[in-house]
Write a protein that binds this ligand. Structure first.
Ligand SMILES: NC(=O)c1ccc[n+]([C@@H]2O[C@H](COP(=O)([O-])OP(=O)(O)OC[C@H]3O[C@@H](n4cnc5c(N)ncnc54)[C@H](OP(=O)(O)O)[C@@H]3O)[C@@H](O)[C@H]2O)c1
Length: 289
């Protein structure tokens, strides 16, 4: 437990941030606090209505904030490409969006939806933005994972989960992929001698829209913590000078140890190669064989 609060964040004037899924849950207060501290913020969301409403909310709370909406559907690689081409400079990329515990569906490109959105969409986005990130000293990529990663299993022979699909196991697998990606990105960025920081976090159970409880949703809000609290690990990972890269920031802002599977360099390399093949995004500036 640290004494850190969002008030401890440094002045971010001159920095540009992208927050995926910034229209809802943890993403909205993440974008809001970054804007409050002077960053230019892109609310990256799939719905123009919800994205526009988030921009309005941020402007209400932070009059004069530099905030704009840009459309991205992480379940559609063409949309990810279009977003990455259209966006300007980027110092902070917060890979926050996720879809969770849904019946089996596929992305536009035919990937299992939770893996395709939560991992492959962010993998492609990060790779396409890499030249822009590397152009900015001290750039960071924060990927929001979960303690659910610890029960995730990755079977490359059944990536589509056409056999044995489970809503929770598919989510856990996508969150394991988020951590493997974070740590492999860090190793590659370091090996290539770049200053890019790659860090993951786990917000802790937070009352957002991620779990759909219908009439019981207000109860969820009473029992679990607020999105503002849930955003703190992302904000700490994005701005604390104590972060060097490779950390997994937990709900109390302490550094957690990822599961043994998430720490496997061999698995991370294999996932990287498979993700490159599936998305066609190559991370050329930090690639090695
Ligand atoms: N809440 C928790 O207890 C908890 C615990 C551990 C980890 N996390 C992680 O925290 C992060 C934020 O989740 P949350 O709890 O804030 O959930 P949330 O309120 O459901 O927010 C998820 C966001 O992701 C967006 N999204 C989903 N599919 C997308 C797509 N194809 N393209 C673009 N955006 C998409 C959603 O957009 P729409 O509004 O359009 O659906 C929404 O903005 C996730 O990575 C989640 O895994 C949450």
């Amino acid at each position: 437990m640290t004494t850190w609060t969002p008030a401890s964040m440094p002045d971010l004037t001159g920095k540009s941030a992208i927050v995926t899924g910034a229209n809802s849950g943890i993403g909205l207060p993440t974008a809001l606090e970054l804007a409050r501290h002077g960053a230019r913020v892109v609310v990256a969301a799939r719905s123009p209505e919800k994205g526009g409403a988030a921009v309005e909310r941020i402007l209400r709370e932070v009059p004069g904030a530099q905030v704009e909406y840009a459309r991205i559907d992480l379940a559609d690689l063409a949309s990810v490409r279009e977003f990455a081409e259209g966006v300007g400079e980027v110092d902070l990329l917060i890979n926050n969006a996720a879809i969770a515990m849904i019946p089996r569906r596929e992305t536009k490109d035919g990937f299992e939806m939770q893996f395709g959105t939560n991992h492959l969409g962010h993998f492609a986005l990060t790779g396409l933005l890499l030249p822009k990130l590397l152009a900015r000293p001290g750039a960071r990529v924060v990927t929001v994972s979960s303690d659910a990663h610890a029960v995730g299993k990755l079977d490359f022979g059944n990536l589509d989960l056409e056999r044995g699909y489970g809503r929770m196991s598919a989510y856990a697998r996508s969150k394991l992929a988020n951590l493997l990606f974070t740590l492999e990105l860090r190793r590659r960025a370091e090996k290539a001698g770049t200053g890019l920081i790659s860090v993951a976090c786990h917000p802790g159970t937070t009352a957002t829209n991620i779990v759909k409880l219908g009439p019981l949703q207000p109860l969820f809000r009473l029992v679990f913590k607020s999105p503002e609290k849930g955003a703190q690990p992302s904000l700490y990972a994005a701005t604390s000078p104590a972060i060097r890269g490779g950390e997994f920031v937990g709900p109390k802002l302490t550094i957690l140890t990822p599961s043994e599977t998430a720490r496997s360099e061999e698995l991370a390399r294999r996932l990287w190669d498979v993700s490159t093949e599936l998305t066609g995004v190559r991370f050329e500036e930090i690639s090695y064989s």
